[in-house]
Design a protein around this ligand. Sequence first.
Ligand SMILES: Cc1cc2nc3c(=O)[nH]c(=O)nc-3n(C[C@H](O)[C@H](O)[C@H](O)COP(=O)(O)OP(=O)(O)OC[C@H]3O[C@@H](n4cnc5c(N)ncnc54)[C@H](O)[C@@H]3O)c2cc1C
Length: 381
Amino acid sequence: MKPDIIVLGGGIIGSSVAHFLSAKGAKVLVLEQDHKAPTDQTASSSAARATGGFRVQYGTGINVKLSLLAREILLQFEDLTGVDAGYQPHGYLFLATTQPELEALKAALTVQQQAGLSVARAVTPSEIASLNPALNLDGVLGGTFCPWDGFIRPLEMRRGFAESAMRHGANFMYGVKAKLQTKGNRVQVIIPDGILEADAVVNATGAWAGTLGLEVPVTPEKRQIAQTVTTDLLPSDMPMSIYCDTGFHLRVRDQTALLLRPSPVTSSHPFDLEPDMNWLAPMLEEAHTRVPVLKNLPIQQTWAGLYENSPDKHALFGKHPEYANLFMVNGSSGHGTMHSPAFGQLMSELILEGKTTSLDMHILRPERFAQQEPIVGNSLL
Ligand SMILES: Cc1cc2nc3c(=O)[nH]c(=O)nc-3n(C[C@H](O)[C@H](O)[C@H](O)COP(=O)(O)OP(=O)(O)OC[C@H]3O[C@@H](n4cnc5c(N)ncnc54)[C@H](O)[C@@H]3O)c2cc1C
């Protein structure tokens, strides 16, 4: 069977795109370089290594709107795919320790309201103390909280999308590394067995988007997580709590605490997935000061994964400006799991129904960097 559409990358976005396209009757082939099953936590895909945070609180209208659309789909996810996405709206708490951070969080609230989110709000230190009593609030001036934010299960979502796509006839091939080559104003897909053609080819290869043979402005950034042993010291409904100054954040997952802090990359290999252990001690020092109950809690494991950063930390979405059958959904810059439901739906609209999508995605067009029109946002969110 010759596919109508080839999706490169069977991660969470590729699987979502395959679900929405095949549910509308398209013949879809997904090529995934990894041999591992979609639910394997040791797979290299970023979705396998993600924390599973979901938020609508962002500093730009387009990201707020993508999250609102994703939330609508998450609320029907089990009906759509047969799998529970695990959406738990326990909230995100952003914490400011300086006046400029507080102002930036408040400015983001205005952007969020304009984009249609009305339930996010500013919170005082005493409200923060009741939302998350485990935090040391020394130096915290205030923050913001949104009760629609919370958590999702990335691997379950990936499984739901992929299984549903297969039920609708999509074919997934694992262990197949794809490349792209151009022929006139179109692209062809090269795999070890030969050359494939399709009406549409979707690049959904996450952090590897720029390695297929065509330039894509996406660079990998290593992100690391430390997971404590199981504990009942933190409640299972604790909101994600993020300090704006260092980016340190924590959440509770399966009765463990997941601890994160962005850190400079020391590996010379951009796709290296080994955690850099020099990062751990200073991160834990901050964790113990800011969340004192963590002090005597051993770390059971650490792991690393890759963010897929674009120059303005917003996704690239749309038709390639030069190649008529190439579509891009890349560069989500660490937000791709939560936005995957929206991207799948919108990509199916773009490919099958023509130029317009139900959410205006012009601002995310891939050619915006060449046109010197990057998105200017709020650097905190
Ligand atoms: C530590 C960490 C925490 C994160 N936390 C969150 C979070 O809380 N919330 C959130 O929304 N996001 C989070 N993210 C980001 C999120 O994981 C990514 O944005 C998301 O996975 C991107 O989806 P994707 O499908 O584009 O990429 P991936 O999930 O990485 O999938 C891309 C797939 O393409 C395949 N591939 C690559 N090259 C080829 C090729 N040449 N041929 C065939 N297949 C190929 C890869 O093997 C991979 O399976 C986190 C990421 C990390 C690393």
